[in-house]
Design a protein. Structure first.
Lengths: 96, 366
């Protein structure tokens, strides 16, 4: 897995992995791909997952979420970046 | 409203009965649940499907923690944790479904997704409201063991080796397969055991279908009328008809009309079984009135009523009903010979020697 800065650099676009399957409930995303153990992520994960319906950069995701999440932009960017790292490491999101 | 121990609420229905109808009938005022009642619901068996419905009811505000208790937040957290656990099982099996369907299609074996995944994606208000613990796939009735062989390439192996290969291809309802990580796939040859399943026209079940998307893969379910009939069979023929069975029938009853029954009957579904299921769900209060009227006036076959009773009893009772239903001498002989003389691997998996198997058959003779 690439380091934090590499994975979430502003040029990289992120997309749901082909065959990723998921369920969302308020503030909880449960996702897996293939035979990987399902990953559970809370907080703004369902919103990020919804945005990832189309490939997006970190900046685009943060921009989209700013209207829906009550958090300062820097904090939001950190949270989304950390989430993307986790999803990429799991294999359910792919950097393009 | 403060129900105790599954007691009736102000509507006269227990909490599980009200959750069974969540979204299907007007809810009324929010229901206050004491922590002990929530604990009981969270511990309910996964086949009831109540944890997801309780979680959904909490999110909707239809159910609230007992006012004034500090435990309300903790109760909500416990429900969400259990719901999330069950959704983890669901997505693991959706991933298995995608792999299995794709692999079978690659081998030229058509599929129809059944029950949990199909209902969650096509019929439930939100897919997260429906939980399940396996993947269910129907294959054409002459392709069961071909499909077992194909899925073996993915590491899926029968939980119990079939009685005999040819017997399974001709008489088995299906084969349960297990992946090495513990996930299960029920591969169905038909949709009911014994004569009721034998009557179903496999090619008619595959003649149409309803597509849905899982992980970017198009999966095909049975057409709505056949999903309704299958849900009815599941509810009417199971030894215990759970809240989830009844909800499935009610959800699909909203999509299919009694006028669709001639099409269903052409496939070979028994209207007696469908009427029995509709009747059992009617008391829960969520069946559309046209179905209630239809079931009240539906003609019933006594033979099929006997088959319903047999299906709810032991395997031996169902097998005897199967023999009595008149398969013809050749098929009856083949059916019995498989049961009397199964392959050694089948006996070994059941921990039986051939001698012990034969003596147990003699003891169970009617």
């Amino acid at each position: 897995v690439a380091g934090h800065d590499d994975v979430t650099s502003s040029a990289v676009r992120f997309a749901r992995a082909p065959r990723a399957v998921w369920r969302t409930i308020p503030e909880m995303l449960v996702v897996t791909v293939g035979s990987a153990a399902p990953l559970r992520v809370s907080g703004s994960a369902p919103l990020v997952w919804q945005v990832l319906e189309s490939p997006c950069t970190l900046d685009e995701i943060v921009q989209r979420l700013q209207h829906e999440v009550d958090a300062p932009p820097e904090r939001l960017e950190q949270d989304v970046s950390r989430l993307l790292d986790e999803l990429v490491a799991h294999g359910s999101v792919m950097p393009q | 409203v403060k129900p105790q121990g599954g007691a009736a609420t102000a509507t006269g229905r227990s909490v599980p009965e009200r959750l069974e109808n969540l979204g299907l009938v007007p809810w009324g005022d929010p229901l206050e649940l004491p922590p002990a009642e929530v604990t009981r619901l969270v511990a309910s068996a996964s086949h009831t499907g109540l944890v997801a419905l309780l979680g959904a009811a909490l999110d909707l505000g239809a159910v609230v923690g007992e006012a004034g208790t500090q435990e309300a937040g903790a109760v909500r957290a416990i429900v969400r944790e259990e719901w999330t656990d069950r959704l983890a099982t669901v997505v693991a099996h959706d991933a298995l479904l995608v792999d299995a369907v794709d692999h079978l299609e690659g081998h030229g074996i058509p599929t129809r997704a059944l029950k949990g995944a199909a209902l969650a994606h096509l019929d439930e208000f939100d897919p997260s409201w429906r939980t399940y613990g396996d993947a269910d796939v129907l294959v054409p009735d002459d392709h069961l063991m071909d499909a077992v062989d194909a899925l073996g390439e993915l590491g899926l192996v029968p939980l119990l080796p079939p009685v005999r290969r040819r017997w399974a291809d001709r008489f088995a309802k299906g084969v349960t397969l297990r992946a090495d990580d513990g996930r299960h796939l029920d591969l169905h040859r038909t949709l009911a055991a014994g004569p009721l399943g034998d009557r179903l026209d496999s090619s008619a079940l595959f003649a149409d279908g309803t597509p849905f998307d899982v992980g970017g893969t198009t999966i095909i379910a049975l057409a709505a009328a056949n999903r309704f009939a299958h849900a009815c069979y599941h509810a009417a023929l199971s030894a215990t008809c759970s809240h989830r069975h009844r909800r499935d029938v009610a959800l699909l009853a909203a999509k299919v009309r009694p006028a669709d029954l001639p099409v269903v009957a052409d496939v070979g579904w028994s209207t007696t079984v469908i009427a029995a299921a509709v009747e059992s769900v009617t008391d829960a209060g969520a069946m559309p009135s046209d179905w209630v009227e239809w079931s009240a006036g539906a003609a019933r076959s006594r033979d099929d009523e006997r088959l319903i009773v047999a299906a709810r009893a032991s395997f031996a009772t169902a097998a005897r009903a199967s023999i009595r239903d008149g398969r013809g001498p050749v098929d009856t002989t083949r059916y019995l010979s498989g049961l009397i003389w199964p392959q050694r691997a089948h006996l070994q998996a059941r921990g039986l020697t051939r001698g012990r198997h034969l003596s147990s058959l003699l003891r169970s003779r009617p």
